[in-house]
Design a protein around this ligand. Structure first.
Ligand SMILES: [Zn+2]
Ligand SMILES: [Zn+2]
Length: 136
């Protein structure tokens, strides 16, 4: 990877890290980085797309598809054990919640024993509204 790309990858990771409780589309990430860039160097959308795809492959970023728009959004995986529990995604504010591991296991065990179906934890996200958004 060239130095130029290393620099852009760092900007991208920083941006996602600072906004790790939210998900962004490629366009939003591109704009977000452009606003924060000190030198005004704006990465091309295609560059951002490639860098994000690489982070997804590395397991650092998760891809979500909003059920209503089918648009993909991306969010940094801020916890190390994300393959061991389910995730809850709020459609109101876009925040991602890591389900308690024991609750997640219990739920999946129940589904397995009742329906003889093994849920893919890594692929499964439950959509709904968080406590904050429910209050509104
Ligand atoms: Zn997690
Ligand atoms: Zn919410």
């Amino acid at each position: 990877m060239s130095a130029y790309h290393t620099e852009q990858k760092k900007m991208l990771e920083d941006f996602l890290y600072r906004n790790r409780d939210k998900g962004f589309t490629i366009d939003e990430i591109t704009e977000g980085i452009a606003c924060e860039s000190p030198c005004g160097a704006i990465p091309a959308r295609s560059t951002v797309y490639r860098l994000v795809a690489r982070l997804v492959e590395e397991g650092k970023v998760r891809k979500f598809v909003k059920p209503e728009s089918r648009k993909a959004s991306y969010q940094l995986v801020a916890c190390e054990h994300c393959d061991a529990h389910l995730h809850l995604k709020c459609v109101g504010c876009g925040r991602l919640f890591h389900m308690d591991e024991s609750v997640s296991d219990e739920l999946l065990d129940r589904i397995r024993s009742c329906s003889n179906f093994s849920v893919d934890e890594e692929e499964t996200v439950l959509y709904g509204k968080c406590a904050g958004c429910n209050r509104k």
